[in-house]
Design a protein around this ligand. Structure first.
Ligand SMILES: Nc1ncnc2c1ncn2[C@@H]1O[C@H](COP(=O)(O)OP(=O)(O)OP(=O)(O)O)[C@@H](O)[C@H]1O
Length: 255
């Protein structure tokens, strides 16, 4: 095990290094960058739509993408990353004919593993869907489907977890609850969260970066550990700073 890798039973939550330049089908997306996702911590990427955040996530997960990384992805324990990754995509990818509780265990069953419906049901209860275990995706709201997908990602129990705007369809109260749940259940994992929401980044991040065409820039965070109170003065001050860094410098620009 390399320095910084966090042990989780036989699995380790590694640090992940990404460096190089990202190219899209129509030309360059992100100029040269050098990014280390810290082992066992919440790493957050913020950035404008279309810059290439999802593409980076898919490259980390070993999934096909139109983007090409001219550079490298490496772990600090030199073991392959993809088998240790659980990814929650923006598109929920639930099977329409399966109940919520079955959808949670489908990736495991596709790998030929025995499903644990009790654990799936317990996770669905944790995300507030105790009464919806036997509903199919078409009988669920967008936010409920997103919570089934979150439960499925947690069920995977992987040391590296990639979350692509996982709370975007939730009302504000449910969103705060799900952020707390994810922070608790993913403690000790190497998490990469993509979000458009500076408040969410400040609530959850151990480390955060703003992605732009010109590279990946670190964001200063409050010294308090996550999950942070959204109404704490240091969180609100950091949020104002972050909005300025993201280009929303004045009310006139926000309007
Ligand atoms: N199937 C595709 N074919 C061609 N270009 C694509 C395809 N999918 C994405 N792109 C382009 O690749 C670029 C990066 O897309 P990506 O989804 O990684 O951006 P993103 O930063 O995650 O955006 P968002 O925040 O809107 O989800 C975009 O400019 C997009 O137009």
């Amino acid at each position: 095990m390399g320095h910084g890798a966090v042990a989780r039973g036989s699995m380790t939550a590694p640090a992940v290094h990404l460096s190089g330049a990202l190219h899209g089908a129509a030309g360059p997306l992100i100029d040269h960058f050098d990014l280390t996702l810290k082992a066992g911590q919440w790493n957050v990427l913020l950035g404008p739509s279309g810059v290439g955040k999802t593409s980076l996530l898919r490259l980390l997960a070993g999934l096909p993408t139109v983007a090409r990384l001219e550079g490298r992805i490496a772990t600090d324990d030199d073991r392959p990353l993809a088998p240790r990754v659980a990814m929650m995509a923006q598109d929920d990818q639930l099977l329409p004919w399966a109940y919520a509780v079955e959808n949670v265990t489908i990736p495991a069953r596709l790998r030929g593993e025995r499903a644990d419906p009790d654990r799936a049901a317990a996770l669905l209860a944790e995300v507030g869907l105790r009464a919806e275990l036997r509903r199919k995706p078409a009988q669920l709201s967008a936010g409920q489907r997103q919570r089934v997908t979150l439960a499925r990602t947690l069920y995977e129990d992987r040391p590296v977890v990639l979350l692509d705007e996982p709370f975007s369809a939730l009302d504000v109260v449910t969103r705060l609850k799900m952020q707390d749940l994810a922070a608790r259940l993913l403690c000790g994992r190497t998490v990469l969260l993509i979000t458009h929401d500076p408040a969410e980044a400040l609530r959850l991040a151990d480390h955060a970066w703003i992605v732009s065409r010109h590279g990946v820039a670190p964001c200063p965070l409050p010294k308090t550990p996550p999950p942070r109170r959204i109404d704490a003065p240091e969180t609100l001050a950091a949020q104002a700073d972050l909005l300025r860094r993201m280009g929303l410098a004045s009310p006139a620009q926000v309007a």
